[in-house]
Design a protein. Structure first.
Length: 162
């Protein structure tokens, strides 16, 4: 299944429209501009969703919501920044699939996805898949794991957002 940019933006707009419903929120929030940290490059799918959300949240909540891209390490740099920020609701993180996998693969990522953050809302979902060179002699994940165990340190793994 392929997801086109148009479909992604349609889903993001639908998710953003949820913000139009009456919300229960703390009086006076936001007290100052809210930073929405997106740990991926400007123009990526996550960035497009975040910018739509920031605009709609500003309209609905009457505050300023600013997107800040903090890229690198498959999202770990932005996630670590938010994990170390004051827990006051004025620094938010918009995450995608690598959020949990990077922390599991790289303990030095600087955050624990379960202990360092409190989830607020899911705004979109999409397919994830593992892909390998077509000439690799495996047909499924179980065979890939067995193949890798027989060859410690010989396989290369790359996490990539598209």
């Amino acid at each position: 299944m392929t997801i086109s940019r148009r479909l992604l933006l349609t889903r993001a707009t639908a998710a953003a429209s949820v913000c139009a419903f009456p919300m229960v929120r703390a009086a006076g929030y936001p007290e100052r501009p809210v930073r929405i940290v997106i740990p991926f490059a400007a123009g990526a799918g996550t960035d497009a969703v975040g910018r739509l959300m920031a605009q709609k949240m500003g309209e609905v909540m009457g505050g300023t919501f600013v997107v800040e891209n903090r890229t690198g390490a498959s999202g770990a740099i932005g996630a670590q920044h938010v994990a170390q920020s004051a827990p006051d609701g004025h620094t938010l993180l918009l995450v995608a699939a690598p959020f949990t996998t990077v922390a599991a693969v790289l303990p030095q990522a600087g955050y624990d996805p379960l202990r360092s953050f409190a989830p607020i809302s899911m705004i979109a979902n999409g397919p994830l898949l593992w892909a390998a060179n077509k000439d690799l002699p495996v047909a499924n994940m179980r065979e890939l794991v067995a193949y890798a165990r027989q060859r410690p340190g010989q396989l290369n793994v790359r996490l990539q957002m598209v």
